[in-house]
Design a protein around this ligand. Structure first.
Ligand code: GDP
Ligand code: MN
Length: 377
């Protein structure tokens, strides 16, 4: 789970890392009150769990409380990469002398953490990393050893960061380990004109598997996925992962759905999602599944691939027909039913004769049809 910037900021503060004074609100009027409390001039920052807010216009300086209110009104409700801004953080502005980049990230392949740091932090860090990789230091960290002052000094030296950053580097490591994070990133970590080191932006990704031992988050409070469609699907109890293709995929059983993704890819198309309805063939499950998949504007066709075992295909077909009463099908749907009661299931769909629904008898044929329909539209 990704934390919001203001949550990361609060954690950093607890660990003794210098952060700007800041408060969060969901209303423009609240922004005015907070700005007054913080001394008048503030930075207004969209709270969304995605990066690049600055470039999207979601970070702006306001000179006084009235300007803070106007700016908050503009930023609240904004869409940043599919994330709607529901709250803004108001922070005391910092006079920046230099901007650095620092992060610790899990390197799964190496079985270690990686410290990544650069003396050229800020909004252009991705361009810097792409054009001049030598400007970004990458230092492996043995998780058993951790980041001591000596390690931190080595990281700072490799990246060309001033020695005052060492203390912050050690504390950020403590955040990573004690909070069970997979990623801690500060961009920019700044040197202020007064010579202080301040974490001006923070991203923390927690390991959801460790939630049970993090009292802060509450074991019963389910992890909210970062993608809005995944969050909507999780709220409906669906096992859905959004991918970046154009063929929506719904199936029963994780193995069958995984192979369906492969077969779709084998037909030259790209799956738009993984959605396993499990044993749920009810009209409600089917309607929920279809509405989640169709809510992705990238989806051009949908493939339902069901192998009837305990769940009989006619029950699945009934579920589809009844789902089509409540879900407006706006893109073609290809259904492949096989296994238990497949013939009856096919007959149910034939009888319904929806103009956008067609059937296929094999997984290959169904994937080919769905891929073709996706590319034809
Ligand atoms: P991001 O674009 O989502 O990473 O948002 P950031 O929080 O990193 O803000 C983007 C940029 O705004 C930073 O790189 C800074 O250059 C600038 N910025 C943010 N806060 C301040 C501040 O207090 N003072 C100044 N001068 N610039 C700031
Ligand atoms: Mn940033």
């Amino acid at each position: 789970m990704d934390l919001y910037e203001h949550q990361a900021r609060d954690i950093f503060e607890e660990y003794g890392i210098t952060v700007p004074r800041a408060e969060v609100t969901d209303s423009p009027e609240g922004a005015r009150v907070i700005a007054r409390r913080l001394g008048g001039s503030v930075v207004v920052k969209a709270q969304v769990r995605t990066g690049g807010r600055g470039k999207a216009g979601g970070v702006a300086l306001a000179a006084d409380p009235a300007a803070a209110e106007r700016t908050a009104r503009r930023i609240l409700g904004m869409d940043i990469k599919g994330h709607t801004v529901g709250t803004v953080m108001l922070a005391q502005p910092v006079a920046i002398a230099r901007e650095f980049y620092v992060s610790y990230v899990l390197d799964r392949a190496a079985g270690r953490f990686l410290a990544i740091a650069s003396a050229e932090g800020g909004m252009e860090i991705e361009e810097v990393a792409a054009r001049r990789p030598e400007a970004v230091a990458r230092i492996p960290v043995d998780p058993a050893e951790g980041v001591t002052s000596a390690t931190a000094a080595r990281i700072a030296r490799a990246a060309g960061l001033p020695p005052q950053t060492v203390d912050t580097l050690v504390r950020l490591w403590q955040v990573l380990i004690r909070e069970d994070a997979l990623l801690v990133e500060v961009n920019p970590l700044v040197l202020t004109e007064q010579g202080r080191i301040v974490a001006l932006d923070g991203k923390v990704t927690l390991d959801d598997n460790a939630r049970f031992r993090q009292a802060r988050w509450g074991a019963d409070d389910p992890a909210v996925p970062d993608d809005p469609l995944e969050a909507a699907a999780a709220a409906k109890g669906l096992n859905y992962v959004r991918l970046d293709g154009e063929v929506g995929v719904i199936g029963n059983g994780a193995g069958l759905v995984m192979s369906t993704l492969d077969v779709v890819a084998g037909c030259g198309a790209r799956p738009a999602d993984f959605l396993d309805i499990g044993g749920g063939a009810s009209a409600r499950t089917m309607a929920d599944a279809l509405s989640v998949v169709l809510a992705d504007p990238a989806v051009k066709s949908v493939l339902v691939n069901v192998f009837g075992g305990i769940t009989a295909c006619d029950a699945v077909a009934d579920g589809i027909v009844r789902a089509l009463d409540t879900v407006r099908l706006t893109r073609p749907l290809v259904v492949r039913l096989d296994g238990n009661n497949a013939a009856r299931g096919r007959a149910v769909l034939d009888a319904h004769a929806h103009p956008l629904v067609r059937q296929a008898t094999t997984m290959d044929g169904a994937a080919r049809a769905a891929a073709h329909l996706a590319h034809a539209s």
